[in-house]
Design a protein around this ligand. Sequence first.
Ligand code: SAM
Length: 253
Amino acid sequence: MEEATGLTPLALLLEAERQLGEDAAVRLQLYAERRLAGEPVSRILGRSSFYGLNLQIAEEVLDPRADTETLVDAALALLKQKNIANPRVLDLGTGSGAILCAILHCRDDAFGVGVDRSKAACAVTLHNLASCGLSSRSGVIRGDWMQALRGSFDLIVSNPPYIATEEIASLEPEVAAFDPLLALDGGADGLVPYRQIAFDLKRLLARGGGACLEIGWRQAADVRHILAAAGFPGAKILTDAGKRDRVAVIDAA
Ligand SMILES: C[S@@+](CC[C@H](N)C(=O)[O-])C[C@H]1O[C@@H](n2cnc3c(N)ncnc32)[C@H](O)[C@@H]1O
């Protein structure tokens, strides 16, 4: 209603008798039709809120989830606990850039790189970094996980696609029909991206640094196993606000 009419919530309450112009009525009708077809409000508006930041979203990026704020909390706590100053941060599968923007926003001594395979996602990340005033401390690379990267990072974060291909069709329609497949599809068992990321983690993680990976709520044992095989035994698993396993934390002591 606010977006369609340009009125504030207060005006909507106090001026119930006010006639809307034809433009506003047409916009409202279109928004209502899209919502009735199951499209989330954030997608209709093209923006979402994450970690207190207003971010642009687009058809090609995941609508950032509140659960992912657990990962940001874990990453910030890790940097603090390890006393890492001027951290170099790598966000793999950055999407809208939500995680990267939140970490750089909270740590003004950090520099970050976001990587995504989707060209459109890279453009959205660049836009959001700029609108959050973070362009001068960040870069965006279009690539396949860490393949194009050299050097080392103090903090590596990722919320990779982790839904098993077969399960995608049975997700809620708001997810299955509106989040991009590239952001959801984790391969046959949902764990393919973890294997790919774990493979390169040793090469890119600075000694004394750490990594935080978002996981599906039933994936803790499998992801710990994959990480242990890649040389990172003992990953800690953190739960989200709903007490479900959500983040694997690696301390590269
Ligand atoms: C679950 S979404 C996460 C988006 C964002 N980080 C967030 O938490 O809202 C996963 C992201 O990984 C990207 N992605 C998928 N496969 C990739 C690959 N091989 N290399 C880089 N990025 C990839 C997708 O395009 C998508 O943006």
